[in-house]
Design a protein. Structure first.
Length: 187
């Protein structure tokens, strides 16, 4: 049974579209085998799987991402994969959707009204597309008048951009250049 646990953990991670947390792995194993699994058993399986895929005969590796685990292609294969991704242009986000997503990522939780005030245009379509692509989610309702919906980024957003937390997003100061400043810059 000890060896097969690894295979079940590997199968669970492989079949998941998003990163899979330890708790989710544990839940599935407990339900399947009707017994408790301690954290050490699951940790040992994860370490063994990670070690297995370090072998150069595999194009994928097990990566810890967004407080979970996911199989990703190794960096050396990214140029070939990027060619495939370029062909899937229909999945690309429009400039409006990217702007809306950036506002949500940096201001979350935020309302549609807040986004529209920043962008200066209606953002119904962009929000709908981001919800459909599961890059954002509804995280609650504001306590202000009318109780507008609050939006935030989703776990898929983290996976999509390869980050573990919102704190890993670049700081706004890192994204702006002095060339876009108006007037004298004083320190």
């Amino acid at each position: 049974m000890a060896e097969s646990i690894e295979l079940y953990v590997e199968a669970l991670i492989f079949s998941s579209e998003q990163s899979l947390r330890r708790e989710e792995i544990n839940y599935c194993l407990q339900a399947a085998f009707e017994r408790d699994f301690d954290n050490q058993e699951i940790e040992t399986a994860l370490v063994n799987i990670k070690t297995k895929y370090l072998d150069n005969n595999f194009a994928i590796e097990l990566v810890q991402l967004n407080n979970g685990y996911q199989f990703l292609t190794k960096k050396q294969f990214h140029p070939v994969i990027s060619l495939l991704q370029a062909q899937k242009a229909k999945k690309k986000l429009s400039q409006a959707a990217l702007e809306t997503l950036a506002i949500i990522a940096y201001k979350q939780p935020t309302t549609k009204t807040d986004i529209e005030q920043i962008r200066g245009v209606n953002c119904d379509y962009s929000i709908q597309k981001l919800l459909e692509k599961e890059l954002i989610s509804i995280v609650g309702k504001s306590e202000t008048i009318g109780k507008p919906i609050l939006y935030g980024t989703s776990a898929l957003f983290m996976d999509y951009f390869g980050i573990n937390s919102i704190q890993e997003l670049p700081h706004i100061k890192e994204l702006t250049t002095g060339a876009s400043a108006i007037g004298d810059v004083t320190e």
